[in-house]
Design a binder for this molecule. Structure first.
Ligand SMILES: [Zn+2]
Ligand SMILES: [Zn+2]
Ligand SMILES: [Zn+2]
Length: 263
């Protein structure tokens, strides 16, 4: 893939503690299958006109080096849980070559958390050329970045204000990214019709209070009927190969480094 292609790459596909889990000796954590190595959930989108990072988790540096991501035009945040924001400081490297500040798209509540956590970056006296220069942009409705139309999708994920995103290319390819969700309200389901690709939270087999289980994710996929479904934000309770074998052809688990052409 080159920067002139339209594609997305999964930077991370793991739940908040990553896989393997520190100290765990389960079969998935001890697996030799690299598909079972899951860094914290994040996505990179590349089109001929724009490069977008979704979330800046604790593994951002390692992920950007692994995928040779050298520049980004904007960051979109899903929510303020630490596994999605705490790599914020690594965004410095993407600001050094930029003339303008780095646009950060997030809900007002999520931006407020970022401003509280990383207050030094948002202060008007942040003039050190080595620091991140953020340009906070609160999201409320659909917006455009380069050749992508982007719709924020409000979802329920415990008590934290959370969004997924729907992207539509000018060529008519549509995909949605919902890595952290327990319930998709009816109004949001209506924003997710006619998708070519649905990327959705699938934590584990057993139910969880703030994340979709595998069967819940599959039920949503069945209702929305996208052409393809890819599962992400996966814990150490799901083995990649076992999951692949158990799913139908148009549904598969994501893995770190998986790239999908937007066509
Ligand atoms: Zn998460
Ligand atoms: Zn484990
Ligand atoms: Zn979360």
């Amino acid at each position: 893939m080159t920067s002139n292609d339209a594609y997305l790459t999964f930077l991370g596909t793991g739940t908040s503690v990553g896989v393997p889990v520190i100290g765990c000796i389960c079969e998935v954590c001890k697996s030799s299958d690299p598909h079972n190595n899951r860094t914290r959930a994040s996505l990179f989108i590349n089109t001929p006109e724009v490069k977008i990072l979704i979330d800046s988790g604790p593994d951002l540096r390692e992920q950007a080096l692994r995928e040779n991501i050298t520049s980004i035009d904007a960051v979109l945040y899903t929510h303020s849980h630490l596994d999605h924001v705490v790599g914020f400081d690594e965004l410095r490297a993407f600001c050094w070559e930029k003339k303008d500040p780095l646009p950060l798209y997030a809900s007002e509540l999520c931006l407020n958390v970022l401003i509280n956590m990383f207050s030094w970056a948002f202060q008007t006296d942040n003039t050190n050329s080595g620091y991140i220069k953020p340009d906070p942009r609160p999201i409320t409705k659909a917006f455009t970045l380069g050749d992508l139309t982007i719709n924020p999708i409000p979802v329920i994920h415990g008590t934290v204000d959370t969004h997924g995103y729907r992207f539509d290319t000018q060529d008519g390819f549509s995909f949605a990214y919902l890595p952290d969700v327990k319930i998709i309200p009816e109004e949001s389901m209506e924003l997710l019709v006619n998708l070519d690709l649905l990327i959705i939270d699938s934590l584990r087999t057993a139910p969880h209070s703030t994340h979709l289980s595998l069967s819940e994710a599959l039920a949503i996929a069945e209702t929305l009927a996208p052409k393809r479904t890819v599962l992400t934000h996966i814990s150490h309770e799901l083995d990649h190969a076992t999951l692949v074998a158990s799913l139908t052809k148009n549904i598969s688990p994501a893995y770190d480094g998986l790239s999908i052409t937007l066509a």
